[in-house]
Design a protein around this ligand. Structure first.
Ligand code: FE2
Length: 427
């Protein structure tokens, strides 16, 4: 007896509909028709069955604090860091936990079953690290939470950051983070990249740095990150997040840099929702978009993901942890409108971040974990266009979330019976 059969599934890049069979939490068969019965059977009716969405860059400790202690009126990264600096020492363990659990519920409902969250380790008590390690265990049946030790106030700018970062890794935080562009000088930023990579290499951990999240084209810490990861043999285990200075770099240098990133197998993580709002704030007109060079990275074969980064916190006032919304914005900002380009945007919220996070048994092949999302869309590009309803979210072969299908495009827009537009009723 099988645990689950999904019939008539449209799987990305498969030419015909398939049935998918699951047993004991794994996909055990894929075929045009699978005989036999299962405890649960779902007719996907030709809708898209996708591997779950993966958010490769998030901040679970600051999420859902929007307006506390007040709103970021300038909309800049630096005012956000100042506001978070005021707020974080006032937050209790319970506050951290309740917000994180709420966000995880939202994530599951949207089909996001793996999240890499940075955790600020600048607080001497490491409250956020302790709480999120406990949340990671609590939510394990539903989603994989991977945690990054993030020295938000700088490795050298904050007097105890290095000690606290090592302590947080001793507690079990998974990945080494950094923020070289926020150190006091370029030179200290460069030194922080090398020191943090060495800590990760010595412990056998991955690296994910906030890197060059600025409009300053001289901010080139990604070059140090790539060359250091080559020197330390960390190919494919290092991620550079944001990389927005690449938007403003000279084309000649950027082209050389892309080659170096490719050689180092750097995982690039762009955050289109937040960087389209944070960057270019000091520009008049023309105003830079501030997102990194996604299209060029994809063309070069660099593993490129999109992260949500923030939901309702000192840096970003909007969001509901919907990775299709992230992909939708990314498609626009990076101008990924060609068919292959739009299709690659879907990879940026599924298989590419799964690779960056080194997720095991991810995907829809036989033997993979039976983790899937059934979307009310014919394929990946339509799913992005519609930010399609997540009809079923499945984890290890069990349905963990359901959302009713919308019956028409009118209903999808939020109307139940009729829309009134310009005094005219549309039936
Ligand atoms: Fe971030």
């Amino acid at each position: 007896m099988l645990d689950l059969i999904i019939r008539n599934a449209s799987i990305p890049d498969e030419p015909a509909l398939l049935d998918i069979a699951c047993r004991e939490g794994r996909i055990v068969e894929r075929a045009a028709h699978i005989d036999g019965q299962a405890e649960t059977e779902i007719d996907a009716k030709g809708y898209l069955v996708s591997p779950p969405f993966v958010d490769s860059h998030f901040h679970m400790d600051s999420t859902l604090t929007y307006g506390r202690p007040r709103v970021n009126e300038s909309g800049t990264l630096l005012e956000g860091i100042r506001l978070w600096g005021e707020l974080k020492s006032t937050l209790s363990s319970d506050d951290f936990e309740q917000r994180a659990l709420m966000l995880c519920r939202w994530a599951v409902a949207k089909g996001n079953l793996a999240i890499r969250s940075h955790v600020d380790i600048s607080d001497p008590s490491l409250t956020a690290a302790h709480v999120l390690l406990s949340v990671k265990e609590k939510v394990k049946p539903w989603l994989d939470l991977q945690l990054v030790a993030f020295p938000q106030d700088g490795l050298y700018r904050h007097p105890d950051a290095q000690k606290q970062l090592e302590q947080s890794l001793d507690l079990g935080i998974d990945v080494v983070g950094g923020i070289p562009h926020f150190e006091r000088s370029y030179e200290e930023g460069r030194q922080s990249v090398e020191a943090l990579c060495r800590i990760a290499a010595d412990r056998g951990l991955m690296v994910d740095m906030h890197c060059d999240e600025t409009d300053d084209p001289s901010s080139r810490h990604i070059e140090t990150l790539a060359s250091t990861s080559i020197q330390l043999g960390m190919h494919g285990r290092v991620s550079g997040s944001h990389l927005t200075s690449m938007h403003s770099m000279d084309d000649y240098f950027a082209d050389k840099l892309l080659g170096l990133m490719h050689e180092a197998q750097i995982n690039a993580i762009a955050c289109p929702l937040i960087n389209i709002t944070l960057q270019g704030r000091k520009d008049t007109y023309p105003k830079r978009r501030g997102m990194t060079r996604v299209k060029e990275m994809v063309d070069k074969g660099i593993n490129c993901s999109f992260g949500h980064d923030c939901v309702m916190d000192p840096w970003y006032a909007a969001g509901s942890h919907d990775m299709l919304e992230v992909a939708h914005m990314g498609l626009h900002v990076a101008q990924m409108t060609g068919t292959a380009q739009a299709r690659s945007v879907y990879d940026a919220i599924t298989v590419n971040p799964a690779r960056a996070l080194n997720l095991v048994n991810y995907g829809l092949s036989v033997g993979c974990n039976a983790d899937m999302v059934i979307l009310q869309a014919a394929g990946p590009i339509e799913a992005i266009r519609l930010r399609a309803t997540r009809l079923f979210v499945i984890r290890r072969g069990k349905i963990i979330s359901k959302t009713p299908a919308v019956k028409s495009e009118v209903e999808m827009l939020g109307a139940t019976q009729q829309i009134t537009f310009a005094q005219t009723e549309i039936p």
